[in-house]
Structures are given as structure tokens and as C-alpha cells.
Write a protein that binds this ligand. Structure first.
Ligand code: TYD
Ligand code: MG
Length: 453
């Protein structure tokens, strides 16, 4: 019998302690330290071939290392491929995090069903019947997809050795447990150990493994931070559950950029890829409505035309209300102050509500000018021309500032049929061969002049 050893782990951040204490020194949370028994029984993890453990790595000249471009596995899902940087790399570990009910299992099941390779979908959360029912709703049933409801890694590896899948999906890493350690599933030491076993398996067989991970209440992936260091790619699936759009982004990617995003629409029959997001984010109202303006923003590397709606009305109560959805509320206050001081609009006694349509949150400062336009349009109740869009930041002095990659934004606006785009006078556009009319402004005041004469 191996010697029983136990250690104390903070269940919040994964810090390790020799004895119990009330507060974690590293994350300062109270009552998160719990004892976990780590019993090193004989390890029956992924069988490592004899010679790999005996083989000693030798240094190689960097010039002599062969670099055939790794053949990536095409996931048949363009949005996911884009976020991964071109597909799944053989032997890579991908961690997919997101709030409960956002659609992680749906996305992965959908991928598993549409792949032309042999896929193994291991679920510790749902029964095989439940998975089948879901699969029937979202995709034609594939002969290549195997479902395993198992949580013990030793049993999973036994099945893997039998089926020899080309891709493995684990739903979720928090439900797995290994015999090598005696603590409960989901504890820090279990997550660390099971992830290490899966990494070993992935690297030795060059099979891509996708792990689904739960997140904590503050939005981090549950479990030790080290999990994120261990895997090659960390993806985050996010969105507002009350809206149909979901955004997939890479927080870490060893094989590509983290700037790309994938956009999906949750439908009754699973997640649909949204390949042209700008079209859906702009409402197709026939009538002219005051208080809406279109902004040419960038989400990562991707240009995105987004509609901003503002409602300005006289405050009923003493203190005017200001509220913003999808836009920083402090920034809205700043913009209102700039309008008051630099453009002479008296908004101090008005309620101002701002909404970025589609349920998405925008950090791009280039949205500022569209916010200004929407607020002013609502204030004087005159609609903005439908062919007009905006891409500029607004400074405290009321100056209209240039934004990054303005050419890309202009091209997107042009592609979607806008006739004019308002940008900063200080933007440098190398060649002016655009068909769209480019309006350059230097101050917020000039914008007012342009819009409403
Ligand atoms: P799920 O993939 O179970 O979320 P997660 O694994 O991230 O917890 O997604 C569940 C939600 O998705 C559920 O609330 C219903 C919705 N949904 C649809 O709208 N359409 C569908 O076709 C499916 C399968 C789910
Ligand atoms: Mg799930």
C-alpha cells in the first residue's frame, strides 16, 4: 500500500499549502482551502511506450529541425477554424470555457458529428440518450461519432485504445477522475492530474483533444490556473444568454493569433455559423428612425458594422438617468460631458439610454463617434442618413481622433453598401481609391454641422 499523502489546496486559485489556514495567501479568498488526499497508487495512465521514457532528447541545431507545416485537421466549421488559426493541430489540447447553458456541449457535439474523422465524445455530464436526442436535433447522425459516458480516465483510455479515435472531446474536465489520486472529481489535484494524463495521451498519439471546462462566478476557468498553462489553446464561448448570438474567442493560442473571433447564432437546430456578421447586426428598418447610428468597428481582426441606438428624453425625476448596454457607462458620461462643453448641447437635464444592438459588448474606441451621432440624433429627433456610418474616437477636447486600421473599416462599409463614412481628419489613408465618400472631420462640432446642417 502506497503511503497516503495529503495536501491543502485553495479551491479558488489552486495554491498549495502544507497545512490548513483560513485565508489563501495568494488570492486572499476566505474558506477556500480544503484538504485533498494524493495517494500515489500505481499509475495506470495512458500507457507510455517503453522507449519514450528511455529515450533521451538530444539538442538539435535549429536550422536542422524539420518544419513541415503541421497538417491541421479541418473542423468543417469555418468560425472555429478561424479562431484556432486554421484548424486543429494534431496532438494539441484545446480548452473551451464558458458559462453554463451558453452552448459548449452543443458546439462540440456539432463538430464531432460533422467531422469526417472518427471522433470520440466523452461525456460525464449527460447520459448517452440525452446526447443522442440532442444530436438528432442538430445534425444528421454520423457513423464516425462515438459517445462514451464515463468519468474515470483509466476506463476512458482503455476505450480509446480500442476505438483509436482521431479526435477526442471531453465534456467536461471537471467531471473526470483518475485512480492515481484519491480526491473527489473537480478538485484541484484531480483536474491537474487528469489534464496531465490527457496531455500525455495527446502528445504521444498526435490526437487533438478538446476539453470543455466550467467557469467560476468571476468568469475564470474553474480549477487551477496551471490548467491554462498546460493546454495549447484556451477558447472562451461567450454571449448574452437572452440573445441568440454567441462569440467564440481565443484567450491563448500557441498555434495562431488571439485576435480572431467566431460568431454563431443559437437556433432551434443548434449553432449556425454567422459568416457575415455585419449584415445581421444592422436592423433593416425601412422608415427613418432618429437615434440610431452605424459604427464601423473591429472585433479582433474582423471588421464589424454595429448599430448604436440612443434615446434622449427629458428627465422625469430630479437626477437624470444614464444607462448603457454593450458600451462603457463611464465613457458615455464622458461623451455627454464633451457634447455639453464643446458642442453646446444641454444634456444635463436629459435621461440618456444607449444600446449596442445584437447583445454584444464593444471595447473598440472607434464606436465613440457613432455614439455621439446617435445621442445628437435622438436629442433633436432627426434621423441620420441611412447611407452614413462612423469610425472615430472622441477626445476630451472634443477632437475627433484617428483609429487603427481605418482602411479595413472603410472597405467593410463600402462592401455593405454605405455611401459615406465619417472619420478623423488626421487619419492617414495611403491611397484614396475608395468608391465610398469619405468625410473627414476634426471636431465634434464639425460632425454636428455635417449631420444636421
Ligand atoms: P449546452 O450546449 O447544453 O450548454 P453548455 O454545455 O455550455 O452548458 O446548451 C444549452 C442551451 O442551448 C440550452 O439552454 C438550449 C440551447 N439550445 C438551443 O437553443 N438549440 C439547440 O439546438 C440546442 C441543442 C440547445
Ligand atoms: Mg454542457
Amino acid at each position: 500500500m502506497a503511503k497516503t499523502k495529503s495536501t491543502f489546496f485553495c479551491q479558488n486559485c489552486g495554491a498549495q499549502y502544507a497545512k490548513w489556514q483560513g485565508q489563501c495567501n495568494s488570492c486572499k479568498e476566505w474558506n477556500t482551502i480544503a484538504e485533498e488526499v494524493i495517494q500515489k497508487a500505481e499509475k495506470v495512465s495512458w500507457k507510455s511506450s517503453e522507449n519514450t521514457s528511455k529515450r533521451v532528447a538530444k539538442p538539435q541545431r535549429i536550422s536542422e529541425i524539420s518544419t513541415q507545416a503541421e497538417a491541421r485537421l479541418n473542423t468543417k466549421n469555418n468560425e472555429l477554424n478561424r479562431v484556432l488559426g486554421g484548424g486543429l493541430v494534431p496532438g494539441s489540447l484545446t480548452l473551451l470555457g464558458g458559462e453554463p447553458g451558453i452552448g459548449k456541449s452543443t458546439l462540440m457535439l456539432q463538430i464531432a458529428l460533422q467531422l469526417p474523422y472518427k471522433t470520440l465524445y466523452v461525456s460525464g455530464e449527460e447520459s448517452a440518450q440525452q446526447i443522442k436526442m440532442r444530436a438528432e436535433r442538430i445534425q444528421p447522425i454520423s457513423e464516425n461519432c462515438f459517445i462514451l459516458t464515463e468519468t474515470k480516465t483509466q476506463n476512458i483510455f482503455r476505450n480509446i485504445a480500442e476505438i483509436e479515435p482521431d479526435i477526442v472531446v471531453i465534456d467536461s474536465i471537471q467531471t473526470l477522475h483518475t485512480d492515481a489520486i484519491e480526491s473527489t472529481a473537480g478538485s484541484i489535484s484531480q483536474i491537474r492530474e487528469t489534464a496531465a494524463e490527457l496531455i500525455k495521451y495527446a502528445k504521444e498519439t498526435a490526437t487533438p483533444v478538446i476539453l470543455i471546462g466550467h467557469i467560476t462566478k468571476d468568469g475564470n476557468i474553474a480549477g487551477p490556473k496551471i490548467l491554462e498553462h498546460m493546454v495549447d489553446t484556451v477558447l472562451q464561448f461567450e454571449g448574452d444568454r437572452n440573445h441568440i448570438y454567441r462569440i467564440l474567442r481565443a484567450n491563448k493560442n500557441r498555434f495562431g493569433s488571439t485576435n480572431e473571433i467566431g460568431i454563431y447564432e443559437m437556433q432551434g437546430s443548434g449553432l449556425r455559423e454567422v459568416s457575415n456578421p455585419s449584415e445581421i447586426l444592422i436592423s433593416k428598418n425601412e422608415e427613418d428612425l432618429s437615434g440610431t447610428a452605424i459604427s464601423a468597428t473591429l472585433e479582433g481582426m474582423r471588421p464589424l458594422m454595429i448599430e448604436i441606438q440612443a434615446l434622449v428624453s427629458s428627465a422625469v425625476y430630479g437626477t437624470p438617468q444614464r444607462s448603457a448596454t454593450g458600451y462603457n457607462a463611464k465613457r458615455l458620461n464622458m461623451i455627454l460631458a464633451v457634447l455639453e462643453k464643446r458642442a453646446g448641447f444641454k444634456l444635463g437635464t436629459k435621461d440618456v439610454f444607449l444600446n449596442v444592438t445584437g447583445g454584444i459588448t464593444v471595447d473598440d474606441p472607434a464606436i465613440d463617434l457613432a455614439v455621439v451621432a446617435a445621442v445628437l440624433s435622438s436629442n433633436i429627433d432627426i434621423a441620420i442618413d441611412k447611407g452614413l456610418c462612423f469610425a472615430a474616437e472622441v477626445g476630451l477636447a472634443g477632437e475627433v481622433r484617428p483609429v487603427t486600421r481605418v482602411e479595413q473599416r472603410i472597405l467593410e462599409a463600402e462592401k455593405l453598401g454605405f455611401t459615406s463614412i465619417v472619420i478623423s481628419k488626421y487619419c492617414k489613408i495611403p491611397k484614396n481609391n475608395f468608391h465610398i465618400n469619405i468625410i473627414k472631420v476634426a471636431k465634434v462640432h464639425d460632425v454636428v454641422h455635417h449631420l444636421f446642417g
